[in-house]
Design a protein around this ligand. Structure first.
Ligand SMILES: *[C@@H]1O[C@H](CO)[C@@H](O)[C@H](O)[C@H]1NC(C)=O
Ligand SMILES: *[C@@H]1O[C@H](CO)[C@@H](O)[C@H](O)[C@H]1NC(C)=O
Ligand SMILES: *[C@@H]1O[C@H](CO)[C@@H](O)[C@H](O)[C@H]1NC(C)=O
Ligand SMILES: *[C@@H]1O[C@H](CO)[C@@H](O)[C@H](O)[C@H]1NC(C)=O
Ligand SMILES: *[C@@H]1O[C@H](CO)[C@@H](O)[C@H](O)[C@H]1NC(C)=O
Ligand SMILES: *[C@@H]1O[C@H](CO)[C@@H](O)[C@H](O)[C@H]1NC(C)=O
Ligand SMILES: *[C@@H]1O[C@H](CO)[C@@H](O)[C@H](O)[C@H]1NC(C)=O
Ligand SMILES: *[C@@H]1O[C@H](CO)[C@@H](O)[C@H](O)[C@H]1NC(C)=O
Length: 390
């Protein structure tokens, strides 16, 4: 890091945009260093704020930072502001800034990359005008109450994790080209991305609601794991380029994908304790890998299945043996299932390899030969491995 030597090109009392630049990093070590930047309308190079700069740093005057703004492992800074800053062309990096409690960036609109990690006292973003353009967003371990200062229409990767107070995420997002991960925020967080049309990899954990009513296509996988949502509805989704995993959502009782026809990798639906009816896939035709469904279902229908390239495995505590016999045994016979086939109800622990049956209920006939078990050990292991990869 180079000690700050500025302004490099500032005209005295300049009315026009002064350009300043530094080869390395301009290190703000005291209030005067920050003031010295005020005559720079555009600053090219990185700016780092050191502990010596004190509790409050103002980067006033700068409109465009063509570089990074970095505050890392700073135990002193509490207030960071920039009254004119509109754009950060590289990274806005705040990492382990324990006392930071106020940001005030009223004009900020474009930030290439947000990398905000471990900001345990930061309650709000302070972006009154809202940031509408960003390629990468990573916000983890903060005290933020909301993401209201960021409203993007497209983004590459977006990760919002471990922000215990964020209870609502709503954005105009239309396309996500990379990975979207929303995990371990406020357990009651509701996520509404109702303009989202295309996405790539999406993972939702610990959400109480996930709404993606415009989503039509996913380039890669969708994982809903360990959420408290009661229903999930993807009315416009037709194709999933990767896997679909819906596991351990203990309140889920309604799962509906009315338009979905194709899943390119595995379909996993497991341990959703309250999901007794699995009839929300009326058009699902092709699964280009395995289908693994374990749970407490009493009713299952997959009326359009034409091809499962891998193993087909449905196991339930519920009495589905007649369903297996009537609806699915024929799929295997017709070679629509290309690898192992297993369909069985009345199991004590359908998530395990233990095929112990529960006591036969009086109103149901003995399943006997209704379920054909023809999974090879290899296919089973491959299926389980796929679960852990998700
Ligand atoms: C963070 O700062 C503290 C105190 O200034 C210092 O002791 C520690 O080594 C720093 N840690 C890292 C990872 O830079
Ligand atoms: C999002 O993607 C769709 C389909 O590829 C495209 O038509 C639309 O213009 C994109 N929207 C934005 C805001 O980039
Ligand atoms: C499907 O998406 C379109 C816009 O892309 C929207 O108008 C329509 O309401 C969506 N369908 C449902 C059921 O929400
Ligand atoms: C998130 O979900 C996981 C798995 O269901 C659970 O172990 C964890 O306690 C949850 N965390 C929060 C913050 O709710
Ligand atoms: C499940 O959700 C879908 C879509 O919201 C709805 O049309 C349907 O009535 C729900 N089914 C039940 C049993 O609540
Ligand atoms: C079935 O439901 C019981 C009780 O509600 C629960 O303990 C068990 O984990 C569930 N099994 C599966 C595979 O979801
Ligand atoms: C489902 O529950 C079983 C125990 O019944 C467990 O072995 C398995 O790992 C769970 N699967 C997932 C995907 O959580
Ligand atoms: C999407 O997620 C799956 C499973 O987590 C992973 O195998 C794959 O590499 C991811 N793809 C991208 C583009 O991140």
């Amino acid at each position: 890091m180079t000690r700050l030597a500025l302004p490099l090109l500032a005209a005295a009392g300049s009315a026009y945009a002064a350009e300043c630049s530094t080869k390395g990093t301009a290190t703000i070590q005291n209030a005067a260093d920050a003031t010295a930047l005020a005559s720079c309308k555009t600053f090219t190079g990185d700016i780092a704020i050191e502990t010596g700069a004190g509790t409050a740093v103002q980067l006033n005057g700068i409109k465009k930072l063509d570089g990074d703004l970095v505050v890392k492992n700073n135990t002193v800074l509490q207030v960071l502001s920039a009254d004119s800053l509109e754009e950060i062309t590289k990274e806005f990096h705040l990492e382990v800034v324990r006392d930071l409690n106020t940001l005030d960036f009223p004009k900020l609109k474009t930030v290439n990359t947000f990398n905000w990690l471990t900001l345990p006292n930061l309650l709000s973003m302070g972006f009154s005008e809202k940031v509408t353009k960003s390629d990468f967003v990573r916000i983890e371990d903060t005290q933020l109450q909301s993401l209201d200062g960021i409203n993007l229409d497209t983004v590459g990767d977006i990760s919002v994790q471990n922000n215990r107070f964020i209870d609502k995420i709503e954005m105009q997002l239309a396309n996500v080209t990379g990975r979207l991960v929303i995990t371990a925020n406020n357990p009651s967080v509701s996520v509404k991305l109702d303009n989202l049309e295309t996405a790539n990899n999406m993972t939702f954990t610990n959400c109480s609601e996930v709404s993606v009513s415009s989503l039509t296509e996913l380039g890669d996988s969708l994982s809903l794991i360990g959420n408290t949502l009661t229903d999930f509805y993807a009315p416009n989704l037709t194709k999933i380029g990767g896997a679909l995993a819906i596991n351990s959502n203990f309140e889920l009782n309604n799962l509906t994908f009315p338009q979905l026809t194709t899943i390119n990798r595995n379909l996993e639906i497991q341990n959703n304790t309250k999901l007794s009816k699995l009839t929300g896939f009326p058009k699902l035709k092709t699964i280009n890998a395995d289908l693994n469904i374990y749970g407490n279902m009493t009713e299952i229908d997959l009326p359009s299945i034409e091809l499962v390239k891998g193993t087909f495995r449905i196991k339930s505590t519920g009495d589905i043996d007649n369903t297996c016999e009537e609806k699915f045994d024929t799929l295997k016979d017709e070679d629509k299932i290309r690898a192992g086939y297993e369909c069985e109800g009345l199991l004590v622990d359908p998530g395990s390899e233990d095929d112990t049956k529960t006591g036969t209920p009086s109103d149901s006939k003995k399943p006997g030969a209704a379920s054909s078990v023809s999974v090879q050990a290899g296919a089973l292991l491959a299926g389980l491995a796929a679960v852990f990869l998700l």
